[in-house]
Ligand binder design. Structure first.
Ligand code: GDP
Ligand code: CA
Length: 321
């Protein structure tokens, strides 16, 4: 049974792992992916949207399975040459990957909104899902660390998330508008999936765009999150460290508290099955399975679990009303 319209909220690598399993389960044209743009930045004069690129490359079958970011088999000659001028070129961009940023930058400078550029790139790469940036306006995650104020990529990539986070701000979020289609995709969905992305820096910025949280709260569709944590630890990246530093427990319960009133259900790892009754007590339906998506097969299983959980929440609601 096809799930109807599905809308996903996504960051980068964790999201992409789920989406490669989810996309084939949804009929063509029925999947909308709303992607975080708060870790976008300008490098070497080029506009880079890391999460959009990771999602697009993955769905196009181009992504590097080991690194998780960039294009498989890409080379880094341009970056090497750049290092001849600017020794400290710490943000890596592959040679083929550069084409994506050149195209985006040129169009942005000509005044084309990011959402339209992304639509063109989605089509050119042969991706069947609709990929929307959360906003066409600039939003930037700023990380205050014990060492000072950092852009998100400085914190994550340059400083390898070594510094302790004091606070996060999503600069520009309050004045931003959801990109065209974002609110409608939330309203019209039959299931909404929050990908297993970093809640603080991938999902929270999307929720911070005015109107998004409210649309999720009002949506008819159940909102199902897939946990990025397995036994209290992320598969990759600093999510647990950041969560602890900001007073969010790195557990399914902490995640449920963080997503608060937008959340209806959660897919968690078998390692965390003790949380199922605790989530239930808060009105959050939960299922568990092995959520480590090391293969396409695992991605499919986790995506199917999220859709099934969403459908069962919907059925129970229908019974109750
Ligand atoms: P980024 O923007 O590229 O850093 O990626 P995201 O924010 O989308 O994803 C980062 C999160 O993905 C981390 O917290 C990881 O724990 C999570 N993640 C990565 N791979 C997997 C996986 O196979 N299973 C689960 N459950 N989470 C994963
Ligand atoms: Ca990201």
């Amino acid at each position: 049974r096809r799930p109807g319209k599905v809308t996903a909220l996504a960051g980068g690598v964790g999201a992409a792992r789920l989406l490669r399993g989810l996309a084939p389960l949804v009929a063509r044209g029925q999947l909308t992916i709303v992607v975080n743009t708060a870790d976008d930045d300008v490098f070497y004069g080029l506009n880079v949207s890391p999460d959009i690129d990771t999602v697009l490359y993955t769905l196009a079958g181009l992504s590097d399975p080991v690194r998780g970011w960039g294009i498989a088999g890409d080379t880094f000659q341009a970056l090497e040459a750049l290092r001849g001028y600017e020794r400290d070129a710490w943000f890596q961009l592959g040679d083929r990957d550069l084409a994506t940023h050149l195209f985006r930058t040129e169009r942005l400078r000509a005044g084309t909104p990011l959402s339209q550029i992304t639509a063109l790139q989605t089509r050119s790469l042969g991706v069947g899902a609709r990929v929307l940036p959360m906003s066409d306006e600039t939003v930037r995650t700023i990380v205050e660390t014990t060492g000072g104020r950092r852009s998100f990529q400085e914190y994550l990539v340059r400083d390898r998330a070594r510094e302790t986070v004091r606070s996060l701000t999503y600069q520009g979020a309050r004045g931003a508008k959801p990109a065209p289609g974002v609110l409608a995709a939330i309203e019209e969905a039959s299931v909404i999936v929050i990908a297993p992305s970093n809640p603080l820096v991938s999902i929270a910025p999307i929720l911070a765009v005015p109107g998004v949280r409210q649309a999720l709260r009002r949506a008819e569709a159940p909102v199902v999150a897939v946990s990025p944590l397995i036994g209290g630890r992320p598969v990759k990246g600093p999510a647990d460290k950041m969560m602890r530093a900001l007073g969010v427990a790195p557990t399914p319960l902490g995640l449920a508290d963080f997503y608060e009133d937008v959340l209806d259900a959660m897919v968690i790892d078998t390692a965390d099955r003790a949380f199922v009754p605790k989530l239930g007590a808060r009105g959050i339906a939960a299922t568990c399975l092995d959520t480590l998506m090391r293969s396409l097969g695992r991605s499919t299983a986790v995506a199917r679990a999220a859709l099934t959980l969403g459908a069962s929440v919907r059925e129970q609601r229908n019974l109750a009303s």
